[in-house]
Design a protein around this ligand. Structure first.
Ligand code: SF4
Length: 374
């Protein structure tokens, strides 16, 4: 398949691995901040092929996983209300809130629908003028532009029965929070290529400079990851800390100005809570005052929510790169994709899900669930 097979070529992978082995002289810890990259790494065993000195730490790059429990609980509350059609990408339906998930709300009679685009939700709103239609708008800089565009369209078309439950987050403030954590071991970053294709690389030089870490914009196929690792390790070995674009086939330095303009029109910056991590200042977006009428939190008054995380779930440590999923006592025992305790086990980009899908047979200490992966 064009543009895919070329980036999975085993001979080229071997050459890149040889290059990495030949330049490494001491231990380095690199972090990828993208759940898609985490899955490529674990699926292809890239972390096991690298020199022992190179450790890949999985950061808070899964959009579903970092959506705070309070917002999940608000989604459950809104979706349970009569007259509401609650629309979401499928990933969010299994994410555990306090005591239940959106699938359970649907089982209890809630009108919860899986859509493939926020515009699908807008069409549903047009077709159901007597119902309130809410779209669950979560994710990083990648999903924010289409959500912004949908709200822009709703206002332009005068559609009053549509709103967005927003929990958008941004990568650069997360990198800052990680670097300022007292437990931080990260020495270099693989920046998420799709995020940079929207936002460009303009926010990264200051971070690279301030924390003296190389930041290499990296794609998602095995060769992309290896090239990102190679360039990061090369900088570390040379004592450099610059921003480097290893994904030029998708990323321009300035990003996508049209998407950025749409974001600036519809959203404004705000502090955001990240599940398992806590509040990171100025790390997200909310609807700006001009679009406040389309804010589901405002429309449905879901202020007082009492959240409870399962005590045994350590996804906060997983998301901060302090713990590998298989080091959690619940992994593969009381926590599986069928019965997830945390979002990192159920999301298709979650680190716990990646280890369960591709690594659980390597882990001999925990008895495994007999049923297949959901
Ligand atoms: S394995 Fe399950 S319980 Fe453990 S951190 Fe991951 S999601 Fe939480």
């Amino acid at each position: 398949m064009k543009y895919l097979d070329e980036f999975q070529d085993p001979d080229l992978a071997r050459r890149l691995l040889d290059d990495i082995h030949s330049v490494v002289t001491r231990p380095w810890a690199l972090m990828e901040v993208c759940g898609g990259q985490t899955h490529t790494i674990i699926r292809h065993g890239i972390d096991q092929l690298l020199p022992d000195q190179v450790e890949l730490i999985h950061g808070p790059g899964c959009p579903v996983c970092v959506t705070p429990l309070e917002v999940i609980d608000k989604a459950l509350e809104i979706a349970s209300r009569p007259g509401v059609i609650f629309c979401s990408f499928g990933d969010m339906l299994r994410v555990p809130g306090t005591g239940r998930d959106l699938f359970q709300v649907r089982g209890e009679g809630g009108d919860v629908r899986v859509v493939y685009s926020p515009l699908d939700a807008l069409h549903i709103a047009q077709q159901n003028p007597d119902r309130e239609v809410v779209f669950f708008g979560i994710g990083f800089e990648t999903t924010a532009p289409p959500n912004a565009m949908t709200v822009y369209q709703a206002r332009k078309l005068g559609i009053k029965n549509f709103s967005l439950l927003v929990s958008h987050v941004r990568v650069p403030p997360a990198i800052k929070a990680i670097m300022e954590s007292p437990n931080c071991r990260v020495q270099g970053f693989l920046a998420a290529g799709h995020v940079c294709s929207v936002m460009g690389v303009g926010e990264y030089p200051e971070l690279a400079d301030r924390y003296r870490v190389p930041i290499v914009v990296t794609g998602f196929e095995p060769l992309d990851i290896l090239e990102g690792v190679r360039r990061t390790v090369l900088q570390l070995e040379r004592g450099e800390h610059t921003v480097d674009n290893a994904y030029p086939r998708a990323v321009r330095p300035e990003g996508n100005p049209a998407a950025q303009a749409m974001l600036a029109d519809v959203f404004e910056g705000t502090d955001r809570a990240w599940r398992g991590i806590g509040v990171i200042p100025d790390s997200g977006w909310r609807l700006s005052s001009r679009y406040r009428d389309f804010d589901a939190e405002h429309r449905f008054s879901v202020g007082d929510i009492d959240t409870r995380e399962p005590a045994e779930c350590r996804s906060g440590e997983v998301l901060q790169g302090l713990l590998k999923p298989n080091e959690c006592a619940a992994f593969g025992t009381t926590c599986t994709p069928r019965n997830p305790l945390g979002a990192t086990m159920v999301s298709s980009e979650g680190a716990c899900a990646a280890y369960y899908l591709y690594r659980r047979l390597d882990i001999t200490t925990a008895p495994l669930e007999a049923s297949p992966v959901a």
